[in-house]
Ligand binder design. Structure first.
Ligand code: FE2
Length: 398
């Protein structure tokens, strides 16, 4: 997802010297281009891929970069007739279109796909850093006014959020709705049946256990929604009650520890869907059917859904596998509850934190009824956060 930062690092490696030393060769049938570099493995590209990913003005709109052609506009028998390196570009002639297209070598290098694919299910994106309680004392934190004032500071903090899945903010205003200033840093509020924001404090008639003084098991929020909210912001406005520390657990770390300790347990939680439900208020009956540990088709670990309060009856696991499924579910819960996995921190008024709700589980320790504790929460979208980060990374690279 952090494509830009990866491409930037590739680009930084691609010096003019290397461009001058790059050689291009074609397979006999013209369907494969091979670029050979002085100090890197060769990179092969298919003719159809190159033609589809051309950046000439007839293929891509010069302003917004959107593709102007469909795949069917490219002949199925597309091949490369000639290839020549010229400066920092490679110039290709495609037939049967008889079309000449120039490609920047550094762009091609950033998009190379001729590499070994990760094999073991549960691999994570390069920017993700798995953590446990060792992260205590190193929680990514920044001052909200600093992020509002300086794009570089914001870029660095958002990169930390992408890396660790969460980040803390301090020195924000103490007033109703201040949490929207946090969302304004990177995106837009996602409104739900709980409203644009929700209050987290003791209520006389709680409609949800989050609003009582009980401690909560670490969880991801709202797994009963489809799609699930991918970012949550929690913002502290009052905190005079004892206890109530916030706690976070890296769900990816928990899943990978399960994989290490019980490969079959990891496999079964990725294989079958759990079900989640919330029907705690009139007119609302939210349900979703998703695995507790979600992998992409190529095995990338992409999401965790874990919430004891909203887990519904699991009915999509075959009878023969249900006991093994429950054993794996229990094992994962034991890992999540292990203090060695958790990082705790206190939120004082004007402080807040942002979590990637597809990865990080959060919880609150129990707090006493004496004094007050008032947080406001809201949801936002991770794609907006990454979009802002990637745009800032590109801006910095220009
Ligand atoms: Fe929550």
């Amino acid at each position: 997802m952090l494509y830009l930062s990866q491409s930037t690092s590739h680009c930084q490696k691609f010096l003019l010297f290397e461009a001058a030393m790059t050689q291009a060769s074609l397979s006999a049938d013209g369907r494969v281009l091979t670029l050979s570099f002085p100090d890197q493995m060769p990179a092969r590209f298919h003719a159809v891929w190159l033609r589809d990913n051309a950046w000439d003005a007839q293929t891509r709109a010069p302003g917004n970069g959107q593709r102007l052609i469909t795949l069917r506009d490219i002949p199925a028998d597309t091949r490369i007739e000639s290839a020549a390196v010229s400066g920092d570009a490679v110039i290709l002639t495609f037939s049967p279109e008889n079309k000449v297209i120039s490609y920047e070598l550094k762009v091609l290098l950033a998009q190379r796909y001729d590499h070994a694919m990760p094999k073991e299910p549960g691999w994570t994106a390069p920017h993700v850093q798995i953590w446990d309680s060792g992260l205590m004392g190193h929680v990514p934190v920044a001052r909200l006014p600093d992020l509002q004032a300086d794009g570089g500071t914001k870029r660095a903090w958002l990169a930390q959020v992408a890396r660790y899945g969460f980040g803390k903010l301090s020195a924000g205003p103490v007033r109703d709705g201040a949490l929207f200033e946090v969302v304004d840093l990177f995106g837009y509020v996602r409104e739900t049946n709980y409203g644009r924001k929700f209050e987290v404090r003791t209520e006389v008639n709680p409609t949800n256990l989050a609003y009582t003084g009980l401690g909560l098991q670490a969880h991801t929020d709202n797994p009963y929604r489809d799609p699930v909210p991918t970012v949550q912001v929690l913002y502290c406005l009052e905190s005079s009650a004892a206890g109530g520390e916030n706690m976070v657990v890296d769900g990816f770390a928990a899943a990978l520890r399960l994989r290490d300790e019980s490969p079959e347990g990891f496999a079964i939680l990725t294989k079958y869907c759990a079900q989640f439900e919330y029907a705690g208020e009139a007119g609302v009956r939210l349900t979703a059917r998703r695995p507790m540990i979600e992998l992409a088709p190529d095995g990338e670990l992409i999401a965790i859904r874990f919430n004891n309060r909203s887990a519904a009856a699991i009915t999509d696991v075959p009878f023969e596998d249900m006991e093994a499924y429950y054993a794996a579910y229990r094992h994962l819960a034991e890992i999540i509850d292990d203090p060695a996995m958790e990082v705790t921190f206190r939120l004082d008024p004007g402080e807040s934190f942002v979590v990637d709700n597809t990865r990080i589980l959060h919880a609150r320790k129990g707090y006493s009824g004496a004094g007050t504790r008032w947080l406001q929460g809201c949801y936002a979208d991770k794609d907006g956060l990454y979009s802002t980060l990637n745009a800032l990374v590109r801006e910095a690279a220009e």
